[in-house]
Design a protein around this ligand. Sequence first.
Ligand code: DX5
Ligand code: ZN
Length: 221
Amino acid sequence: MTSNILIAPSILSADFAKLGEEVRAIDAAGCDWVHVDVMDGHFVPNLTFGACVVAAIRPHTKKPLDVHLMIDPAAPYLEDFAHAGADIITVHAEAGKHLDRSLQVIRDLGKKAGVALNPATSESVIAHVLDKLDLILVMTVNPGFGGQKFIEAQCEKIARIRAMIGERPIDLEVDGGVNPQTAHLVAGAGANVLVAGSAVFGNGDYAASIAALRDKAVAAR
Ligand code: DX5
Ligand code: ZN
């Protein structure tokens, strides 16, 4: 099991007019990964950006770009995001009919493969693809927007997935409503990667925000 806590600020809450600068700022503030939310206005009721924006921010950090694809279908775009410089590519279990194939394609592209689960989706959908996964992302809001309220009932699912993972080298990431008041809940349930958008970018001091999340999570492990 991965024991370190990793903090992945979501640039969804960054100032898009100065995205390169924002990425450099969270890098300097001590983030572990940069979380990139791609939305298609179809799988989720919001639009963000595509692979060209991943390519544009790539030169601004050496830290892993953790690309969360909220798009359906994702399969036609996996190669684009890999070539744009993504390090981890996460597809939703609910988007597309061939999860196993998408995970294999991501690994064949030389990237880490993740699967995301909406709040209403059972962890049973990943039982047969565990050996093709590098990351499992549990949504603790319904995807589409930053700044939503944390759905605490997801903590039971996080704990069950931690047990499913066992000794496999799979990161367990949580996304949505994670802040210093909820970080202990997800870390206590077994998550080791915390995504945070508004809790980092909503505060001028990014380093203090990242440190606060990390401290709360580490204390709960
Ligand atoms: C939601 C996105 C999240 C979002 C989190 O659809 O996947 O990554 O940016 O934002 P906060 O941390 O503000 O809930
Ligand atoms: Zn996300």
